[in-house]
Every structure is written in structure tokens, then in C-alpha cells.
Design a protein around this ligand. Structure first.
Ligand code: NDP
Ligand code: 8X3
Length: 252
């Protein structure tokens, strides 16, 4: 039986990289994307070379670049069994009236538009084959608002609702859609959010046990191996040491 293929957006670090390693171990072919060519090259060399790993270096918010990447997939990687829409980011934690509009725009372009571009390109092929699996990486931030979360929370709420709505469209096609919603996980996420301020990023994980990238890779692997008649729609997972806080009140 020929190996299956997973396309992982944002495979150059964190969840995406951990998924790439796990699926490679299991013999899958990989299409890995990200903006950092050097990391993609390194992963390709480590995880089986050009026969097992195809890399595409592009900015996912650039629609033409996404289309070009799909159009130039080598024959052996054309049939995508699983699309893992993982690339994404948070920028800043300022209150809405103080945030940088550029940061908001970049989060929308990456977390929403990038995910849409990839999904819309892959879906017709999956529907035609009557098989395939779209796994989106949402976040607890899509369910639970927090101060400074503003647009990041909004983008992940979009991912949740979009995942559910696409499922409704795909009824009868056998194509599955899941949205994984992790809580606090230690990756490069906070370095990106705080623009390389390591002190601030480290504080997010200080004194608490966060999820790690392998926890998410294990979750993706489990989802992919559920029987074809089962569709986990939404899966929220948090560190044991994280929970939702109480409502906030301002008092004079
Ligand atoms: P990382 O910062 O470690 O990884 C993010 C990945 O996304 C990188 O590979 C990065 O690649 C890629 N990426 C970001 N922007 C773009 C872009 N414009 N074009 C292409 N690729 C891009 O963070 P995580 O692994 O933690 O994040 C993965 C996903 O999980 C994100 O969607 C995030 O919102 C979500 N998430 C994270 C949580 C956490 O606490 N860590 C919790 C819940 C959800 P490159 O820089 O090479 O382009
Ligand atoms: C990342 C988790 O709580 O920092 O999506 O928004 S959180």
C-alpha cells in the first residue's frame, strides 16, 4: 500500500514540526510549509529526503503564493490525505485601543485568510475522491476571551465556526473536518507574540506545566486514526494546570 500524504502548514516549529516528526516516523509522506527555508531544508534532510518530504516556502497570507505552491506539487505528493491547517500566530497583548493595527491585520491574514486559501484549494480534490481530512488548529482563545486577546481570540473563533460550517457543506462526501483547540503550550508562540522578548515569553510558562508540541502531535495522530465513520468535530485540550477564570468586574 502506498504511503499517505499529510500537508502541514507552519511545520518549521512548534506543533507543526512535532507533527512532521511523528507522521514521518509512521511512514507518511510530508508536504511541509513555512517561511523559513533553512528549517524546511533541515527537516527534509532529517525526515527522509526529497522522496518522502516536499517543502514549500511561502507566506500563507499571500494567496498567489499559496496557489503556486499547490500548482507545483510533484506528482508523488498531489494526493493530499490530510491537510493540517496549523500555521498561525498571535501578535501583542495590548488592549484593543492600544494595539498596532498592523498586528491585527497580520493575524487576520495568517490565521483566517491563510487557512481559507489552503482549505479552498485542497477541498475539491478531497470531495472528488470522497476521502480526506482537514484538521484545523484553533485555540481555547476562540472560546474563552481574555484581556489583550482581542483579534487573536476573534481569529480562533472564526476557525471554530468555519470548521463547523464546512462540515455542514461536506455532509455526504466522507471528508472529515476537526478543530483542535489547545490551551497554553510551550512553543515559539510566545516569542512571536512578544516579538522576541525572551523574558516576557518565558514568563508565560514559568511555574506552570504547559502543554508541549508532542501533546498536540499525539492528538492529531489519534484523530487521523479514528475510524472513517467517526468525525470528532471539536477537541479542546488544556494543561491540567490551566482553567478558565471568573468573570471580571471593575469596581470604583
Ligand atoms: P510556533 O510559533 O512555534 O509555530 C507557528 C508556525 O506557523 C511556524 O512554523 C511558522 O513558520 C508558521 N507561520 C506563522 N506565520 C506564517 C505565515 N505568514 N506564513 C507561513 N507560515 C507561518 O507556534 P505554535 O506551534 O504554538 O502554533 C501553531 C498553531 O497553534 C498556531 O495556529 C497557533 O495560533 C496555535 N495555538 C498555539 C497555542 C500555544 O499556546 N502555543 C495554543 C493554541 C493554539 P515560519 O515562521 O517559518 O513562517
Ligand atoms: C494560544 C493559547 O491562551 O495564549 O492560542 O491564547 S492563548
Amino acid at each position: 500500500m502506498s504511503a499517505k500524504t499529510i500537508m502541514i502548514t507552519g511545520a518549521t516549529s512548534g506543533f507543526g514540526e512535532a507533527c512532521a516528526r511523528l507522521f514521518a516516523e509512521q511512514g507518511w509522506n510530508l508536504i511541509l510549509t513555512g517561511r523559513r527555508q533553512q528549517r524546511l531544508d533541515q527537516l527534509q534532510a532529517e525526515l527522509g529526503g526529497v522522496d518522502k518530504v516536499h517543502t514549500c516556502c511561502f507566506d500563507i497570507s499571500d494567496r498567489a503564493a499559496v496557489e503556486q505552491a499547490f500548482a507545483s506539487l510533484p506528482e508523488a505528493f498531489c494526493q493530499i490525505d490530510v491537510l493540517l491547517n496549523n500555521a498561525g500566530l498571535a501578535l501583542g497583548l495590548e488592549p484593543a485601543h492600544q494595539t498596532r493595527l498592523d498586528d491585527w491585520e497580520m493575524m487576520v491574514d495568517t490565521n483566517i485568510k491563510g487557512l481559507l486559501f489552503c482549505t479552498r484549494t485542497v477541498l475539491p480534490m478531497m470531495v472528488e475522491r470522497k476521502s480526506g481530512y482537514i484538521i484545523n488548529i484553533g485555540s481555547v482563545a476562540g472560546n474563552w476571551p481574555y484581556p489583550g486577546g482581542n483579534v487573536y481570540c476573534g481569529t480562533k473563533a472564526f476557525v471554530r465556526q468555519f470548521s463547523l460550517a464546512v462540515r455542514a457543506d461536506l455532509l455526504g462526501t466522507n471528508v472529515r473536518v476537526s478543530n483542535i483547540e489547545p490551551g497554553n503550550a510551550e512553543t515559539e508562540f510566545s516569542m512571536v507574540r512578544f516579538k522576541e522578548d525572551k523574558g516576557r515569553a518565558d514568563k508565560v510558562y514559568e511555574g506552570t506545566e504547559a502543554l508541549n508540541a508532542n501533546d498536540i502531535a499525539d492528538t492529531v495522530w489519534w484523530l487521523v486514526n479514528t475510524p472513517p465513520h467517526v468525525n470528532v468535530t471539536t477537541l479542546e485540550l488544556m494543561p491540567t494546570q490551566e482553567a478558565n477564570g471568573p468573570m471580571a468586574f471593575y469596581r470604583e
